[in-house]
Design a protein around this ligand. Structure first.
Ligand SMILES: [Cu+2]
Length: 157
């Protein structure tokens, strides 16, 4: 029974791979026992999917910064699986509602695009969260620069 299901899934994926539509990657982020996300910075391409797995209790996902304002309305329920597809290039910052002040934050960079970094720098957070976010952004930018050496990308408008 299990094998049949697996074969069916593989066939569907093969179908998509052959068609003109592009299947995005799926990136999994877990809630850890250290009141943190398992991946603090994630680089993805437009169309990729991020999944948050409630591996420890007491956490959720609340978006603080996104390239498009509409995205900010989405806030996940505590201890629940959450998934989003990212289309708009730019920086996304999210946090865990009860642990924002202690710096339980995550950054997602779509298409290596940092055009909205000013919004991130102006975010009002606790001193601890601000220092965590600054460290993460510094790291994100340095990784981004490394990436640019091999594949320079045109500036976004
Ligand atoms: Cu939390």
């Amino acid at each position: 029974m299990h094998t049949i299901v697996k074969i069916a899934v593989v066939s569907v994926l093969a179908l998509f791979a052959n068609s003109t539509s592009v299947l995005g990657d799926i990136i999994k982020i877990e809630f850890t026992k250290f009141d943190a996300y398992s991946k603090e910075i994630v680089y993805i391409n437009s169309g990729d999917v991020v999944e948050w797995i409630p591996t420890h209790e007491g956490h959720n996902v609340e978006f603080l910064i996104a390239p498009e304002i509409d995205f900010l309305g989405k806030k996940s329920k505590m201890n629940e699986f959450y998934t989003l597809i990212f289309e708009e290039p730019g920086i996304y910052v999210y946090g865990c509602t009860p642990h924002l002040n202690t710096g339980m934050l995550g950054v997602i960079v779509v298409n290596n695009d940092f055009h909205n970094i000013e919004h991130v720098n102006n975010l009002k957070l606790s001193p601890v969260a601000v220092s965590v976010l600054k460290r993460m952004l510094k790291k994100a930018l340095s990784i981004s620069n490394d990436k640019n050496i091999s594949s320079p990308r045109p500036p976004t408008q």
